[in-house]
Structures are given as C-alpha cells and as structure tokens.
Write a new protein. Structure first.
Length: 261
C-alpha cells in the first residue's frame, strides 16, 4: 500500500493522534515537515491519500508551498485519493474546490461545542451524535464549496466542517494530544491573551480537565479516521461482532475494523 502524504506546517500542530491511528492500523505514512523546510509534493500518484494539517499562516497568503499543496490536493481529487484537512487544511481544501476563505467574525480558540447537521453525509462521518466537543484555534473560516455538504456548525463559526465524497474538511482539530495542546499554549499564548472573550478561552480553561477531554476527542477521531480510511486504495472494511459489554454508543451491535487488503 502506498503511504499517506501528511503536510505539517507548525511543530505544535503536528499529526498527533492521527499517527497513532495510522500505526495501529498498519497504514504507512510520509510526513512532509514544511515548517522545517521540506517541500511538499504536487503529485498524488505516489500516495494513497493526503492529509493537510493546521498552520499559523492564512491560505490567502499565496506562499509557494501553499500553491504546491493546492496542486497536490487537486491531483488527489482527480485520482480519487481521499483528502483530509484539519483547520488550515480544511481551508486549503475548500479553496482548492473554489470556495472563498475569509476572516471569521471572531477568533475561536479553545474547547467548544459544535452541532452535527442532519445531512446523510454528516451521519456517515459522525454517526447519530448531534453535538460534539472539539478543539479549535482559528481566525479564518471557509465557505462551503459547491457540491459539498456542511456537516458541522457552531455558535462562533457556521462552517465547522464539510464533506464531499471521500474528502473531509474540518475547521477544528481532532488530532491534538494533551502534549500538543500544552505546547500550542506555550508557543502562541499571546494569541489567547490578546483575544480572551466568549469565543476565546483562557489558557487555564483550555488546560482544565485536559486528559479527559483529549481522550473523548480521540474516541471521536478514531471513528472519523476509520471512515476516511475506508476510501484508501488497497484497503477494505471487515465487519466484526462487538461483544455486548463493549457495544458502542447508539445501540449499534456491530463494529467496523479496517484491515489491510
């Protein structure tokens, strides 16, 4: 199986839990540390899928590495290789699809509730849950691309996620770990202090009950990443029974496991 291309743009916004998921499911991956000077690819043919992570930059900055990543995403979609965008990555995916990326009405930083839409696409990604607690750190937002469906929305940002076929763009972070959240607060705490408001939590609020919040986030992330992995070339889905005592929430009686073909 070809590896997943992962583009990183900031040390505090690394792949985190996503790597744990890939390793647990024997999914190969290749990290392009753009923040350390690595050049991202422009062709997707050597990769099973593409993941674009967060960045302190705006997709509207028009930097050379952004243009390369747009080309990579465009080629992945042409080849039907799934694309997953976290925050900046969701914005880049939206822009590549022709949607506008602009300043959000307010900055949104910290833990916050988002709601799941009732579109079938939203149910496919998030199940029957109508409300989620996610981690946010963004100043810009995307419009929903033509042909895509809004899957998540919130009080401080109406467009928190969209899906189009096997591709998912998120305006939030499923991949963060407790360590990466602490590092982010250390590195960019001035962004918090300058903007504390209803939509921006203090560092103390962000770090409160952190391990439990991250653990719950990772359970959700595993579902979303598993759904995304189903579209990777060379993989198939195997349905295995779940014992009653470990039955997932929502009354489901079957579990899904991604196995290497």
């Amino acid at each position: 199986m070809q590896p997943i291309a992962i583009c990183r743009h900031d040390a505090a916004q690394g792949p985190g839990h996503l790597i744990d998921f890939f390793d647990a499911h024997a999914i190969p991956w290749r990290l392009f540390a753009v923040d350390a000077g690595e050049t991202p690819p422009t062709r997707a043919g050597d990769y099973s899928g593409v993941v674009i992570l967060g960045s302190p930059a705006s997709v509207n900055d028009g930097l050379s590495w952004m243009r390369r990543e747009e080309a990579l995403v465009r080629d992945a979609m042409r080849l039907e290789r799934p694309v997953l965008g976290h925050c900046f990555g969701g914005q880049l995916l939206a822009k590549t699809l022709g949607a506008r990326v602009r300043r959000n009405s307010v900055p949104h930083i910290g833990w916050g509730r988002v709601l799941v839409t009732r579109f079938d696409e939203a149910t496919e990604w998030f199940g029957q849950r109508r409300e989620l607690e996610l981690f946010h750190w963004h100043f810009d937002t995307f419009e929903i691309p033509r042909g895509a469906k809004r899957v998540l929305f919130g009080t401080y940002c109406m467009n928190k996620g969209f899906a189009i076929g096997p591709h998912l763009g998120l305006q939030s972070h499923l991949e963060v770990t407790a360590d990466s959240v602490r590092l982010w607060c250390r590195n960019d705490g001035d962004e918090i202090r300058r903007n504390v408001s209803a939509s921006v939590q203090s560092e103390a609020e962000i770090l409160a009950n952190l391990d439990a919040r991250v653990s719950a986030l990772h359970r959700l992330a595993d579902r979303v990443y598993r759904r995304w992995a189903e579209h990777l070339p060379g993989w198939h889905r195997v349905i295995v029974p779940v014992l009653p005592h470990s039955r997932p929430r929502g009354g489901e009686s079957w579990g899904e496991r991604i196995m290497h073909a």
